[in-house]
Design a protein around this ligand. Structure first.
Ligand code: NOJ
Ligand code: CA
Length: 537
């Protein structure tokens, strides 16, 4: 039995013990009836977030943008989109959040701007414009085709022809998202200053978007075809992005951005890191720890819901964490179908139990605390620019971005207007108000679990030990600190299981169960898909 003793558990930084909560701002709360969520809406719901018990809010991009990729195409890094509010509203949000001990994390999109950003508008005016080199321009091949075989993460060529100046520009995502040239020091300076603009205003940190694409290989050579069965093939890519992702200079830029964060106190640096396996996360921590505080770990997000698979991923991660590095886990975000759908509704509370009792920072996605499932959006109503390119059977990212379900009033209390994406059909039953009134709801399950995590050092801060041999389809671990011993056991299967804990305790008692069962003693029964958190005597 291997125990993971947490390194340096004294003087923990605020983010090491925090529960993060992602808000997709278009979908959280509309305050002015235009059908799109906004900053005033978030302010109006801060007390809900306090009651839920989370500590930090990460808000997807709220900057001026033509919204080709719903804000991940930024047209001004230092302002707020009028659709969401203005700088004064933002400052109020910061004040109101800080007054409630909530941190505010923004989203930084460094790899690309919008094609409507003044920098790009200038860059495309002529080949000798001073901003030309702020983006990545290349000549066509002699036959007029793109300079190489690089493809966009959203499919199709990563190059778009610009007739007026007769060159192609590079975009790792949509043509409306031209890649900035991070080999140009003026770009680096301008982007670092954009970070400072918000950090000086009091923002508590950033989640940095699509960092893996930031630097491309100088040779601009073709990417090789994918190896059958490889990670990239499973992602639907034809070519392995050998010359387009995770170049060594990219890690250098992670470190340089980190230095900007370090000019301020207590800010958190989070990276959207998409890597093949958990080992790939390690370089993002830096050497030593001068990279991301939280390199997002998506490995459970893409795993199958099996006890052995989850265990293998968690163990592999803990085994290789650098000294002082702190783990984190993500189960949902605005780019992936909701886990209540992916893993089956019967498992959704167990996912929360796992996420909130593992050693590692949890990031929740709005609405998961209600057990929200994907909402089917017919092809004709799809708006996600990636999703609309997908065939009828694939749905893109709209299903996980539908409006938050607050109450049973029209449009779930999200808007008095026409919501930008349809509200789920079940909103009259599944909403915050109805779940607050039901002691055994998923929302009350989350509230209790978050409260337990916050109040018991064993859960946010305690040594971690897997417990072997309790039975098939079960995953169990102990968390221990300050003489307090807790045990978590998850039943992944559809059979009832009985576990015997007499070798671990003379008497244990339930603190929380996904099924709200209460048991005590040394043997415990787990119903199919039930997970329990026990206090060991
Ligand atoms: C990752 C973001 O999470 C996703 O929503 C976006 O489309 C791409 N990066 C491009 O910015
Ligand atoms: Ca609005």
């Amino acid at each position: 039995m291997k125990t993971y003793h947490l390194h340096g558990t004294h003087n923990l930084k605020w983010w090491q013990t925090a529960v993060f909560y992602q808000i997709y701002p278009r979908s959280f709360q509309d305050s002015n009836g235009d059908g799109i969520g906004d900053l005033q809406g978030i302010i109006n719901r801060l007390d809900y977030l306090v009651d839920l018990g989370i500590n930090a809010i990460w808000i997807s991009p709220i900057f001026p943008s033509p919204m080709a990729d719903f804000g991940y195409d930024v047209a001004d890094y230092c302002d707020i989109h009028p659709m969401f509010g203005d700088l004064a509203t933002f400052d109020r949000l910061l004040d109101e959040a800080h007054a409630r001990n909530l941190k505010i994390i923004l989203d930084f999109v460094p790899n690309h701007s919008s094609n409507q950003h003044p920098w790009f508008l200038e860059s495309r005016t002529s080949r000798d414009n001073p901003k030309r080199d702020w983006y990545i321009w290349r000549d066509a091949k002699p036959d007029g085709s793109p300079p190489n075989n690089w493809i966009s993460m959203f499919g199709g060529p990563a190059w778009t022809w610009d007739a007026p100046t007769g060159q192609y520009y590079l975009h790792s995502f949509l043509p409306e998202q031209p890649d900035l040239n991070w080999r140009n020091p003026d770009v680096v300076n301008a982007m670092h200053n954009a970070l400072r603009f918000w950090l000086q205003r009091g923002v508590d940190g950033f989640r940095v978007d699509a960092i893996l694409c930031l630097i491309k290989h100088e040779s601009f050579q073709d990417n090789p075809p994918v190896t059958p069965g490889s990670y990239w093939e499973r992602w639907g890519h034809q070519f392995e992005p050998r010359y387009t992702v995770e170049q060594p200079e990219m890690f250098e830029h992670v470190r340089l951005m980190r230095r900007v964060f370090d000019e301020f106190e207590e800010r958190v640096h989070i990276g959207e890191t998409g890597t093949v396996d958990v080992a790939g996360l390690i370089p993002y921590y830096g050497r030593p720890l001068d990279g991301y505080d939280i390199p997002f770990n998506f490995k459970l997000l893409h795993a199958n819901w099996h006890a052995a698979t989850v265990r293998q991923i968690v163990e592999a991660y803990y085994d290789i964490l650098p000294a002082g590095g702190w783990p984190n886990f993500v189960f949902g975000n605005h780019d992936i179908h909701r886990f209540a759908t992916r893993y089956g509704y019967q498992n959704h509370r167990s996912v929360a139990m796992l996420l909130l009792t593992l050693w590692g920072i949890p990031t929740l996605y709005y609405g998961d605390e209600l057990g929200l499932e994907d909402v089917f959006i017919p092809l004709a109503q799809r708006v996600d620019p990636w999703g609309i390119k997908m065939p009828e059977g694939d749905f893109g990212r709209d299903p996980e971005r539908t409006p938050m379900q607050w109450d049973s009033s029209p449009n779930a209390g999200f808007t008095s207007g026409q919501p930008w994406l349809p509200v789920a059909n079940d909103y009259a039953q599944r909403n915050v108000a109805s779940q607050l009134a039901d002691a055994h709801s998923t929302l009350n399950f989350y509230k209790t679990l978050i409260q337990l995590r916050r109040s018991r050092p064993a859960l946010h801060n305690g040594a971690f030990t897997f417990v072997d041999g309790l039975g098939d389809d079960l995953l169990a671990y102990r968390r221990e600190a300050d003489g307090q011993r807790l045990l978590v056991c998850l039943n992944f299967g559809d059979q009832t299981r009985t576990i015997d804990l007499s070798h671990l305790t003379s008497r244990a008692a339930t603190l929380l169960s996904t099924h709200f069962t209460q048991q005590s003693g040394t043997t415990f029964m787990l119903q199919p898909h039930e997970s329990i958190l026990l206090q060991l005597g």
